[in-house]
Design a protein around this ligand. Structure first.
Ligand SMILES: NC(=O)c1ccc[n+]([C@@H]2O[C@H](COP(=O)([O-])OP(=O)(O)OC[C@H]3O[C@@H](n4cnc5c(N)ncnc54)[C@H](O)[C@@H]3O)[C@@H](O)[C@H]2O)c1
Length: 251
C-alpha cells in the first residue's frame, strides 16, 4: 500500500494544473481528498474525471471557496471533518500570477497577490494546526515558487508573496516540529500549466532554452514531490523548500 493511502487531505486550487495533479496523485495513492477551488466548473470537472478513472465517489469531494476568505476556509475545514471525520494533510496550493512592470502594479494588484498566496497559506495553516495539535500529528505543504528564492523582474508582487510563504513555512516548522506537525514548502520551477501559459511566449521560449534540463516540468512532477513530502519517507523533512524545477535554481 502506498504511504499516501492513509491520508485525509485538503488540496486548495485543485481545479487546474498542479493542484489537480496533486489531488489526482493523492487519490490514486488511496487518500481521501477534499478539493478546494474558487472556480466550481473546473473543480467539478476534476472530481468527475477522477471518479471516471476509478476513484471511489466517497474518496473525492470539493468545496468551492476563496482561500483568502476566512469564512470560506473555515467552511472548507469544517466540511472536510464532517465528510471524512479526520484531517492529516493540507496542501496549500491555490495561486494566481500577474506579469507587470513594478511601476504599473496597483494597490489592488498588490493586495490581491498577497491575499491569495500569503493570507491563503496563513488561513490553511491557521485552521489545520489546532486540529493537528490535538492529534499530535499532521503534515502541511505550502506551495511557494523558485521565484520566491531568487526574485523575478515584472513579477515583483508574486515573488514577494512566494518568499513570504517560505518564511511562514520555516517559522511554523520551528514552532510546531516538536508537536508532531511536519510543515514544508515546495518551490516549483516553470511547470506546464495555465498559469505559465499566461506569460508571454517570448518569455517561455527563452526560459525553456536556458534550463539545465531544457524543458518545463509537468504538474505530475510536482505532485510526485508532494507525495514524497506527505509520506513517512520524508519523516525528517521539516521547514524545507523542495525544488521540482528542471535545474533552474540550484541552492
Ligand atoms: N506553473 C508554474 O510554473 C508554477 C511554478 C511555481 C509555483 N507555482 C504555484 O503552483 C500553484 C498552482 O499553480 P498552477 O500553475 O497549477 O496554476 P493554475 O492557474 O493552473 O491553477 C491555480 C488554481 O488555483 C485556483 N485559484 C486561484 N485563486 C484562488 C483562490 N483565491 N481561492 C481558491 N482557488 C483559487 C484557480 O482557479 C486554479 O484552478 C500556485 O500557487 C502557483 O503560484 C506554479
Amino acid at each position: 500500500m502506498n504511504q499516501s493511502a492513509h491520508h485525509i487531505a485538503i488540496v486548495t486550487g485543485a481545479g487546474s494544473g498542479i493542484g489537480a495533479a496533486i489531488a489526482e496523485r493523492l487519490a490514486h495513492d488511496g487518500a481521501k481528498v477534499m478539493m478546494n477551488d474558487i472556480d466550481e466548473v473546473s473543480v467539478k470537472a476534476v472530481k468527475d474525471k477522477l471518479i471516471s478513472s476509478g476513484i471511489a465517489a466517497d474518496h473525492i469531494a470539493y468545496q468551492v471557496g476563496d482561500v483568502s476568505h476566512e469564512g470560506d476556509m473555515q467552511a472548507l475545514f469544517a466540511r472536510t471533518l464532517e465528510t471524512y471525520g479526520e484531517l492529516s494533510l493540507v496542501v496549500n496550493n491555490a495561486g494566481i500570477l500577474q506579469q507587470k512592470a513594478f511601476v504599473d502594479v496597483s494597490y489592488d494588484d498588490w493586495d490581491k497577490m498577497i491575499a491569495v498566496h500569503v493570507r491563503g497559506c496563513f488561513l490553511g495553516c491557521h485552521f489545520a494546526i489546532p486540529h493537528m495539535l490535538k492529534k499530535g500529528s499532521g503534515i502541511i505543504i505550502n506551495t511557494a515558487s523558485q521565484l520566491g528564492q531568487i526574485g523575478a523582474a515584472e513579477l515583483v508582487h508574486y515573488a514577494t508573496a512566494k518568499a513570504a510563504i517560505i518564511g511562514l513555512t520555516k517559522s511554523l516548522a520551528r514552532e510546531y516540529g516538536q508537536s508532531g506537525i511536519r510543515i514544508n514548502a515546495i518551490a516549483p520551477g516553470p511547470i506546464n500549466t495555465d498559469l505559465v501559459l499566461g506569460l508571454s511566449k517570448d518569455w517561455r521560449d527563452a526560459k525553456a532554452a536556458q534550463l539545465p534540463l531544457g524543458h518545463f516540468g509537468e504538474p505530475s512532477d510536482v505532485a510526485a514531490t508532494v507525495a514524497f513530502l506527505a509520506s513517512d519517507d520524508a519523516r525528517i523533512y521539516v521547514g524545507q523548500t523542495l525544488g521540482p524545477n528542471s535545474g533552474d535554481v540550484m541552492l
